[in-house]
Ligand binder design. Structure first.
Ligand code: FE2
Length: 360
């Protein structure tokens, strides 16, 4: 199976993985044939890429940080918790949200699964939805943050607190007017000031709910602070920012850069990767960036990529040491002719070839 862009997908491909909506419900089940009608439907929902069956990549199985079932449950619980947190009146909140009771066992499960799988930093787990962006984003950021936390050798209890805070880090966005959040173009200065408030709102919502440890709540407040003090809301820097805030900042930025949004395609993973590296020390904690480099596969197995010679292929193996130059199985020539039988090129050896685009 491999990931392809719905904008260029051939008709009648078979879906290899379930597509979940923002509440973790199955929108489209695997095994279904993606007719042009379905492709249009999905695109209109803001879904840009899907995982398809392809006999030439039958042996390729994009690794997941967590099982699809766990992702589904985490997404559903995140949706319920976030919406409850902002909709239940303050006085009833403490009794009715049961944030910790619901989320803590899930975070424990994620950590256990990630440790069992023994790898981290896969690019995708699922596709991104327009309106559900916040929920998918929250789950993805949490997976990255926990992968970084594991690389930083945090204790299990610390990881749980990190995971709980990361899942809810953007809850304050539900208090920001939708037209501003969904505005495709540049924000005005006033609008930007409003968006920044999601950090303070989020912290207040979590603090008032009184269910999470304060180190988890602080993530909502500090995930946009930067090491040199150029972030918001307080403009604090260095170790004034809690480690969990520094970890979540890296996870949040990488996820936001690489995810496709309705109004723009994500950056190429290696560009996003370079941007993070360039910010090491000035914007991001160098220790966290080191952990990121050790953890994240820039081009994960299963990703469909375009090479500098015009050929299209799919990543079949990655190398920790050279994660920007994986092994690619060529599927199509520059003119769109199938490469039969498929040929594999190791970009770590074929230095004249480079990845110039990816279909996500
Ligand atoms: Fe945020």
């Amino acid at each position: 199976m491999r990931w392809v862009s719905l904008r260029v997908i051939e008709p009648n491909r078979v879906l290899a993985r379930n597509i979940l909506d923002e509440r973790g419900r199955v929108l489209l089940a695997r095994g279904i044939t993606l007719t042009p009608h379905w492709v249009q439907r999905l695109l209109s929902l803001g879904i840009t890429s899907v995982c398809i069956e392809d006999e030439r990549t039958d042996d390729v199985c994009p690794a997941e940080l967590i099982t699809p079932e766990t992702r589904q449950r985490v997404l559903a619980a995140t949706y319920d918790t976030l919406t409850e947190l902002v909709s239940v009146p303050t006085s009833r909140r403490v009794r009715s949200t049961r944030v910790r009771g619901r989320m803590r066992p899930l975070v424990e499960e994620i950590i256990e699964e990630m440790r069992e799988l023994g790898h981290a930093g896969q690019q995708f787990g699922n596709v991104y939805l327009t309106d559900g962006e916040l929920y998918h984003h929250s789950v993805n950021v949490t997976l990255y943050a926990l992968a970084l936390g594991i690389a930083l050798r945090l204790s299990t209890e610390q990881l749980i607190h990190l995971g709980l805070g990361a899942l809810l880090h953007d809850v304050g966005k539900l208090r920001i007017p939708r037209p501003i959040l969904k505005k495709p173009g540049r924000l005005t200065e006033d609008e930007y000031q409003t968006v920044k408030l999601h950090t303070v709102y989020g912290y207040e919502i979590l603090r008032d709910a009184g269910e999470l440890p304060s180190v988890s709540n602080v993530i909502a407040l500090q995930h946009h602070e930067r090491m040199d003090g150029s972030g918001y809301p307080a403009g604090i820097g260095g170790t004034e920012i809690h480690l969990f805030g520094r970890v979540t900042a890296v996870a949040d930025v990488y996820e936001a850069l690489t995810a496709n949004r309705v109004y723009r395609a994500g950056y190429l993973p290696h560009d996003a990767y370079e941007m993070l590296l360039a910010g090491s020390g000035s914007l991001f904690d160098p220790r966290v960036i080191d952990a990121f480099v050790r953890t994240v596969d820039v081009y994960p197995v299963g990703m469909t990529v375009r090479l500098s010679n015009g050929c299209k292929g799919v990543v079949v193996r990655t190398s920790r040491r050279q994660s920007q130059r994986p092994v690619v199985r060529l599927l199509e020539t520059e003119s769109g002719q199938p490469v039969q039988p498929p040929v594999e090129v190791d970009l770590a050896k074929e230095l004249t070839l480079a990845i110039t685009g990816c279909e996500v």
